[in-house]
Design a protein around this ligand. Structure first.
Ligand SMILES: Cc1cc2nc3c(=O)[nH]c(=O)nc-3n(C[C@H](O)[C@H](O)[C@H](O)COP(=O)(O)OP(=O)(O)OC[C@H]3O[C@@H](n4cnc5c(N)ncnc54)[C@H](O)[C@@H]3O)c2cc1C
Length: 328
């Protein structure tokens, strides 16, 4: 298929062709990554090691992946999370000025870099649309955070510049896997496309264990989506809510809701499994299911503290080889 393109065809426009003084053709990579492209936050999948690559999907469609270089996106929608106005759902679409011969390809497990002036911060889409060039992110505003201040002030139709995709996660549906996903707080967002990718492919025989860590039920994002996932034979989830607290004397005495808490049971939906303590090594072992065949993969989505705390212990408890551990 690719061989059909003429030799000068460069659908990603990654290269610029110029002439040297002695008339030789010089091809330069327009997306050379420089130190200044790094946000400086010590991301596990730093852009300096994970240069945005041309998208095979876009190439096959004969189109350009619009986000390969910084591109303006328009804010279509901005909503707060019910019960926490410091958590925003942002829906963005490529600016209508941007070229029509483009698509948007942000593969599951990849993030994008937001740039405002010289301020750079990475964000992880939980939904993208290839043809309409739209994506959505979940943002937790950090007190006094410079990017948080900018995002809090954003109005509908304002423009933001993003670039990507950045990351190294790849999923081959031909290889059956046991995929353990540990997600902390808002970092559950980038795990949704990973789960969707497996469940929506009937030929994919991989199984998923989605272990979600949040302080309490009110801070579990995408509950409806998790319940949708629960309809699939190859998906299991468990919510870890160590700070769930109702007003009953017994739960107040315990410092958090107890497992038998009637109030909590009433708030749970069908098939929602909850543990009222932290996810620790022994709990992880209970999900290991060593008899189930398949390549064992561990995905840890959370801040660097969570990744550090979980990394080695989880890989050991779930019998996952280090080369199959991905940090988002
Ligand atoms: C690969 C990657 C993907 C990311 N994806 C998302 C995303 O989808 N949604 C999102 O909201 N954020 C995400 N982040 C974090 C995001 O890039 C910013 O750090 C965050 O929005 C705060 O930016 P800021 O400039 O307002 O504050 P900063 O100056 O970055 O931080 C202000 C303070 O908050 C602390 N802080 C920052 N982030 C966190 C956190 N997650 N948990 C606890 N403390 C924190 C910092 O240590 C600092 O003390 C991601 C980070 C990485 C590395």
């Amino acid at each position: 298929m690719l061989a059909l393109f003429p030799p000068h065809f460069d659908p990603e426009w990654t290269n610029t062709v110029s002439m040297t003084a002695d008339g030789e053709q010089k091809v330069e990579d327009a997306f050379t990554i420089q130190e200044s492209d790094c946000c400086g936050n010590g991301c596990t999948n730093c852009i300096l090691d994970n240069k945005p690559k041309p998208s095979q999907r876009a190439l096959l469609a004969g189109k350009r992946n619009i986000i390969l270089k910084y591109t303006r996106f328009r804010l279509l929608q901005k909503d707060s999370h019910k019960g926490d106005d410091k958590v925003l759902f942002l829906h963005l679409a490529a600016d209508s000025d941007e070229k029509d011969d483009c698509v948007l390809d942000i593969p599951p497990g990849h993030h994008v870099m937001l740039r405002i002036g010289s301020l750079l911060r990475p964000y992880s889409p939980y939904w993208t649309d290839f043809a309409s060039k739209e994506f959505k992110i979940l943002v937790k505003l950090q007190p006094d955070g410079p990017m948080s201040k900018n995002l809090a002030a954003m109005q509908l139709n304002d423009r933001l510049e993003f670039r990507g995709p950045i990351g190294n996660y790849r999923h081959d549906p031909a290889v059956t896997k046991c995929i353990f996903i540990l997600a902390q707080g808002v970092a559950i967002a980038p795990t949704l496309p990973l789960v969707g990718q497996v469940l929506e492919n009937e030929d994919d025989m991989s199984r998923i264990w989605h272990l979600v860590c949040s302080p309490d039920l009110q801070h579990v994002y995408f509950r409806d989506q998790l319940l949708e996932f629960s309809k699939y034979w190859n998906y299991r989830s468990c919510l870890y809510l160590p700070h769930q607290q109702c007003g009953s004397a017994e739960c107040l005495g315990a410092g958090h809701c107890i497992q038998e808490c009637v109030e909590l049971r009433r708030s749970l939906r069908y098939k929602e499994r909850v543990c009222l303590h932290r996810l620790d090594a022994s709990e992880l072992e209970s999900h290991a299911n060593p008899a189930i065949p398949g390549l064992r993969v561990l995905i840890i989505a959370g801040d660097s503290g969570f990744q550090r705390a979980m990394g080695e212990a989880a890989a050991r408890a779930l019998a996952v080889a280090q080369e199959n551990v991905y940090l988002l």
